[in-house]
Design a binder for this molecule. Sequence first.
Ligand SMILES: [Zn+2]
Length: 200
Amino acid sequence: MQQDIKTKIHRIAPRSGVGFEIKAGHILTVIDPEGEQVSDMIAYNVADHREYMSSGRSIDYAGRMFLTTDDVLYSNRSTPMFTILEDQVGRHDFTLTPCSAEMFRKLYHEDDPHRGCFGNLAEAVAPYGIGPDAVPIAFNIFMYVHVDSDSGKIEVRPPLSRAGQFTQFRAEMDMIVALTSCSAGQSNNFTYKPIDYSIS
Ligand SMILES: [Zn+2]
């Protein structure tokens, strides 16, 4: 990895999340240290939290469902928020909402569900005054959602990421970012692992 050796690598424990600020021009590297682990990412304009990273805008402008190197992640106001730089995995999802307690109840019939990425993202952005209803569709880094080209039927498969692979994002504005180590069994081949990240 082309990384300044002084760049600190932070670890997100399994089934948890973090929030932080990033300045325009800095590079966020999201690493899957053990392989087959998803990380949900959301972002807001630091100057106006009503501007957030938008799945619909980004997919529309890319003209593709699956975004990778050189693609731009846009805000709901059509402003670039991140540009994807080196992407060693090449497959991510930008269509599904963060896993949540309600989702675990509905899809997997769990009686006492984990709060999921949704709860972790909401907690991570709460100190910035951003409420849970403002948590949008996340850019689901390393998540592999297979789509049948005829029926549109979707199937969540194990991520293609192998241990140590990473994806880099250049911040195009000053942002509040929240990042998780995903809590959904199906998305992570049924083991919960950490996610590493650095900002340089
Ligand atoms: Zn999740």
